[in-house]
Ligand binder design. Structure first.
Ligand code: NAD
Ligand code: IPM
Ligand code: MN
Length: 361
C-alpha cells in the first residue's frame, strides 16, 4: 500500500522528533511491505521565516490531498511579538480548521516501567487509562477575532459554539465510550458559562441514544483535581477546546512526561492529522534530548486511524513498551536502574525492537 504522508515538522523539537517518526515509519514500511512517501512542508515559525506566513497555501493544499498528516510542534519566542494573525500557533489552528478536524483524541496511558516516573504516588497512578476527547475547531480559539479596546486597556475574546459542533463531538465521545468501558465523563463549567449549559443539555439528550453508556458531569475545576487524585475513575472524558487543552497537559503527569503523549486530530471522514500533545519545548530544543515517544506513538495512531493498520500500530506501541522495559529513557523521564539516552538513541532502540521481532508478511 502506498501512502502519501505530509510531514510538518514545524519549530524547536518538532524537527528533532519528526526525524524519529520518519525512521520508525520507514522501518514499519520495510517490515510489512508498505510504501510511505513523505512530503515535507512548512508550518509555524519555520513557514514565517521562509514565506512570511505561518500557513502557506502550498501546505494547506498538500495536506488536503494527502492520505495523512504528521505534525511536530510550532512556536517559539522568536515569533512571540508578531501580530496575532502571524503567530506560529495560527498556522496550527488554521490547518486544524481547514481540514475540519473537530475531534482531538488524546489517549493517556501509562507504560508500566514509568510508574515511578510520575511525581504522583504509585497507588494513585497505577492502571490509569483515559481517553480525552477534546473539541478542536470551536470555542474560544475560533470566536470573533479577539479585540483590544480603550487604547488597549480592554480586551474581548469570544467563546462561541453551534449546537451542531457540540453534537458531533459528543456523539464521537459516546461512540468511543462504547468501544471502551461504557463510561463517559463530560467536563464543563455549567455553573458559570452558557456554552457549558448547552453542552450539558446536549450530553443529556444524547444519552437517550446511548442508554448503555453511563454519564457523569463534572465541573472543570473539580475535574482538574480528580484527574490527579483519582485518575482510574475516568475512562472517556469529553470536553470543549480550551478545557481539553489544559486537562490533557495535566493528565500527562500520570504518564511521567508530557513528551509521552500522542494525539489524533480527526473528522468523520477524510484526512487526519497526528501530533504529540506537547509544544516546541524551546528550553531543550537543539540539544538532541527531546523525548520522541509521543511523536512516534502519534505515528502509530496515524497507522491505526487513517490506514487501518492495527497490527503495525500495535507493533510500534509494543516496541516503545519494550524499550522502556529495557530501561531506556530520555532526560525528561526517570527509570530506576535505567539508562538515559538521546532522541536519536532511543529511536534506534525502538527501531531495533521493531526489527528483531522478526515480523514480516
Ligand atoms: P511545551 O509543551 O513546549 O513545553 C513544556 C515543558 O515540557 C518544557 O519544559 C519542555 O521542555 C517539556 N517538554 C515538552 N515536550 C517535550 C519532549 N518531547 N521531551 C522532553 N521534554 C518535553 O510548552 P511551552 O513551553 O508552554 O510552549 C512552547 C511553545 O510551544 C509555545 O510557543 C507554544 O505556543 C508552543 N506549543 C505548541 C504546541 C503544538 O505545536 N502542538 C503545543 C503546545 C505548545
Ligand atoms: C496543543 C497546543 C495548541 C492548542 C496551541 C499551540 C495553539 O497547546 O495542541 O495542545 O492550544 O491547541
Ligand atoms: Mn496544549
Amino acid at each position: 500500500m502506498n501512502k502519501q504522508i505530509i510531514l510538518l515538522p514545524g519549530d524547536g523539537v518538532g524537527k528533532e522528533i519528526m526525524e524519529a517518526a520518519k525512521v520508525v515509519l520507514n522501518t514499519v514500511a520495510s517490515e510489512f511491505g508498505h510504501r510511505f512517501t513523505f512530503h515535507q512542508h512548512a508550518i509555524g515559525g519555520d513557514a514565517i521565516d521562509q514565506y512570511g506566513t505561518p500557513l502557506p497555501e502550498d501546505t494547506i493544499k498538500a495536506c488536503h490531498n494527502a492520505d495523512a498528516v504528521l505534525l511536530g510542534a510550532v512556536g517559539g519566542s522568536k515569533w512571540d511579538s508578531l501580530p496575532a494573525h502571524l503567530r506560529p500557533e495560527k498556522g496550527l489552528l488554521g490547518i486544524r480548521k481547514s481540514l475540519g478536524l473537530f475531534a482531538n483524541l488524546r489517549p493517556i496511558k501509562g507504560f508500566a516501567p514509568l510508574l515511578h516516573a510520575s511525581p504522583l504516588k504509585e497507588e494513585v497512578v497505577k492502571g490509569n487509562d483515559i481517553m480525552i476527547i477534546r473539541e478542536l475547531t470551536g470555542g474560544l480559539y475560533f470566536g470573533k477575532p479577539s479585540e483590544r479596546r480603550d487604547n488597549g486597556n480592554a480586551v474581548v475574546d469570544t467563546l462561541s459554539y453551534q449546537r451542531s459542533e457540540m453534537e458531533r463531538i459528543i456523539d464521537k465521545a459516546f461512540q468511543t465510550a462504547r468501544l471502551r468501558s461504557n463510561h463517559l465523563t463530560s467536563v464543563d463549567k455549567a455553573n458559570v458559562l452558557e456554552s457549558s449549559r448547552l453542552w450539558r443539555e446536549i450530553v443529556n439528550e444524547k444519552q437517550q441514544d446511548y442508554p448503555d453508556v453511563t454519564v457523569e458531569h463534572l465541573l472543570v475545576d473539580a475535574a482538574a483535581m480528580k484527574l490527579i487524585t483519582q485518575p482510574t475513575q475516568f475512562d472517556v472524558i469529553v470536553t470543549e477546546n480550551l478545557f481539553g487543552d489544559i486537562l490533557s497537559d495535566e493528565a500527562s503527569v500520570l504518564t511521567g512526561s508530557l513528551g509521552m503523549l500522542p494525539s489524533a486530530s480527526i473528522r468523520t471522514d477524510g484526512v487526519g492529522l497526528y501530533e504529540p500533545v506537547h509544544g516546541s519545548a524551546p528550553d531543550i530544543a537543539g540539544k538532541g534530548i527531546a523525548n520522541p515517544l509521543g511523536m512516534i506513538l502519534s505515528a502509530a495512531l496515524m497507522l491505526k486511524h487513517s490506514f487501518q493498520m492495527e497490527v503495525e500500530a500495535a507493533e510500534i506501541e509494543e516496541a516503545v513498551q519494550q524499550c522502556l522495559e529495557q530501561g531506556y529513557h530520555t532526560a525528561d523521564l526517570k527509570i530506576a536502574g535505567g539508562k538515559q539516552v538521546s532522541t536519536k538513541e532511543i529511536t534506534e532502540i525502538v527501531v531495533e525492537n521493531l526489527t528483531t521481532k522478526g515480523v514480516s508478511n
